[in-house]
Design a protein around this ligand. Structure first.
Ligand SMILES: *Cc1c(COP(=O)(O)O)cnc(C)c1O
Length: 344
């Protein structure tokens, strides 16, 4: 099976497992796991932010960030396709008791004009606009991204309006290998950043939240309340450190392979539209009456796993357990499937 369901499906390599086996660990609830401390320091330094917090998932880092930035009855602003809105079980309401203002952005991207227009005036009956969340890359937007200038403009707008700004950077490194933007410049413009190590970087588990010392101290309390205080989780942090040391540069290859799949899809009769391919995500729409669930089954019978991403939308994600041979195989199968669909 060639698994293009997500870049979360990777399993640790021999080198990563070795790093995990050799990790020095301690009880992180007492701040005493040296490997977790090293991971937190490494990412904080990389983004020139004061402090960091290791968490079991990107959902938890996002949820803790939202909780730390807001109070009940506040409102957060984000694109209608955001992970924090669509895929975290409404956690902003459940965990933080806040409302949400959705922006109809472009492929998951929003801009400062839209943010300005989304801020509520100060009336008794309107929630207090408090937080903006942007996603980079934008998952449901087809993996498109913001460059540094675009993020800087949003940041100045938020400062002007007194809004906190959180970056859901689940796949930020897939972006940075394209833009060559500097991690320190990015750290400089956000109040908090969430980074996933368990996506394209290939660690089995783990996300890190970045912010000021004060912010992370508060976040640590929320992490404990959410049940995310782990003990000898340095074994996991060792995998994350290995991922940062070894798997960032190669993300460029994943992005390139996604484009190769896109080139093939352009020639396929069953495709009506492909979202612009900018990183390692390929989202395409099916033509006519062809439904995503049926198409994903057809892919499966060709030994390819993909996600139905809407009634007629399909998603492929490339990652470090996919090689050139697999890409060639997928391309061949897609062409064969297209021929069959023409005949039918
Ligand atoms: C995967 C993902 C997350 C976090 O997901 P977890 O599975 O909880 O680690 C957050 N934001 C985006 C955009 C994602 O793709």
């Amino acid at each position: 099976m060639i698994n293009l369901i997500s870049d979360t499906v990777t399993v640790p390599s021999a080198g990563m497992l070795k790093a995990m086996m050799e990790a020095k660990v301690g009880d992180d609830v007492f701040n005493a796991d040296p490997t977790i401390n090293a991971l937190q320091e490494k990412l904080a330094r990389m983004f020139e932010m004061e402090a960091a917090l290791f968490c079991p998932s990107g959902t938890m880092t996002n949820q803790i960030a939202i909780k730390t930035h807001t109070n009940p009855m506040d409102e957060m602003i984000c694109d209608k396709l955001s992970h924090v809105y669509k895929y975290e079980n409404g956690g902003y309401a459940y965990n933080s008791g806040i409302g949400i203002k959705l922006i109809d952005g472009s492929y998951g991207k929003i801009n400062s004009e839209q943010i300005k227009a989304s801020v509520n005036p100060n009336y008794d009956w309107l929630p207090n606009s408090k937080l903006v969340v942007i996603e980079n890359s934008c998952n449901t937007g087809g993996g498109t991204y913001y460059n540094l200038n675009e993020m800087q403009e949003i940041s100045s707008c938020c400062k002007e309006l007194g809004l906190s700004l959180h970056l859901d950077g689940a796949r930020l490194f897939n972006v940075l290998v394209e833009t060559n933007d500097n991690t320190k410049d990015i750290g400089n413009i956000f109040d908090s950043i969430s980074i996933c190590l368990s996506k394209g970087l290939g660690a089995p588990v783990g996300s890190v939240l970045l912010g000021t010392k004060e912010f992370i101290a508060k976040a640590r309390k929320f992490r404990k309340a959410m049940g995310g205080g782990m003990r000898q989780a340095g074994y996991l942090a060792a995998a994350c450190i290995y991922a940062l040391d070894n798997n960032i540069e190669r993300l460029k290859i994943d992005n390139e392979r996604a484009k190769q799949l896109g080139t093939t899809l352009e020639q396929c009769s069953f495709v009506s539209k492909i979202l612009p391919i900018k990183t390692n995500i390929v989202i395409f729409e099916l033509k006519g009456k062809l439904m995503a669930n049926d198409f994903v089954e057809e892919l499966r019978s060709n030994e390819i796993l993909a996600s139905a991403f809407g009634p007629q939308k399909v998603r492929f994600v490339t990652h470090l357990d996919i090689d050139d041979e697999m890409i060639t195989q997928v391309q061949k199968s897609l062409i064969q499937m297209a021929e069959k669909h023409v005949e039918a």
